[in-house]
Design a binder for this molecule. Structure first.
Ligand SMILES: Cc1cc2nc3c(=O)[nH]c(=O)nc-3n(C[C@H](O)[C@H](O)[C@H](O)COP(=O)(O)O)c2cc1C
Length: 198
């Protein structure tokens, strides 16, 4: 397969742990790197940042009044070719830190929809995509419904719609993803596919 050397993927890990979600992401990143992409990984719960305090600075400007590790990430996210989001379900939705990160990306919303001056360069907007990897402890059909509302909204405002996803339920019984090489292989292949498509 043709290598894709210039593509950059931002990978966001929503779990606070280096556990099953991290392992799944690691496999997706390996696939993306093998396919030639550069992957910048961020362990979101361990970034130093505050949740949105609603100053409204981003209504006028393409950044945030608060200067922290998330503010520094805006230009990196805006200029990436693709995104991987790997997250567990917590309280039937996106874990708090990842949700706070996504709230801070309201800067992309105001730029795109209110000021009509998107932060994502026009040529990237046509091709940006997201791979979503999501894990839940329980095995319910609606496990990912809450999470999907938030993630789809985030992917819309940052112009990186979900192109591929991998949902793993019943983790409370599976316990250790190393016992499921089929899932790890799927993550690897989906990471490689993302790198080839962006
Ligand atoms: C604080 C917390 C809340 C959780 N809430 C849910 C939930 O609402 N529904 C569910 O199916 N699993 C829930 N889980 C289970 C996780 O989704 C599951 O254990 C997952 O495998 C964690 O991945 P990790 O070990 O990579 O962080 C919760 C786990 C934690 C720690």
């Amino acid at each position: 397969m043709k290598k894709n050397t210039q593509k950059t993927i931002v990978a966001l890990l929503g779990s606070p742990l280096k556990g099953n979600t991290a392992l799944l992401l690691e496999n997706a990143i390996s696939g993306a790197k093998k396919a030639g992409a550069t992957v910048l990984q961020y362990h979101v719960p361990h970034l130093k940042f505050s949740s949105c305090l609603g100053f409204g600075f981003c209504k006028k400007y393409p950044s945030c009044q608060m200067e922290d590790e998330v503010t520094a990430l805006f230009p990196i996210l805006a200029n990436a070719n693709g995104c991987i989001i790997a997250t567990p379900v917590m309280t039937m939705g996106v874990p708090g830190a990842l949700k706070s990160f996504m709230d801070r990306c309201q800067v992309f919303f105001y730029a795109k929809y209110i000021r009509k001056d998107p932060m994502v360069p026009v040529e990237l907007r046509k091709t940006r995509k997201t791979l979503l990897l999501a894990i839940s402890g329980m095995n319910r059909p609606d496990n990912f419904d809450g999470l999907m509302q938030t993630i789809n909204t985030f992917c819309d405002i940052v112009d990186a719609p979900i192109s591929e996803s991998l949902f793993i339920r019943d983790m409370d019984n599976i316990l250790d993803l190393k016992t499921r090489p089929d899932f790890l292989q799927q993550a690897y292949e989906k990471g490689a596919k993302l790198a080839h498509e962006i």
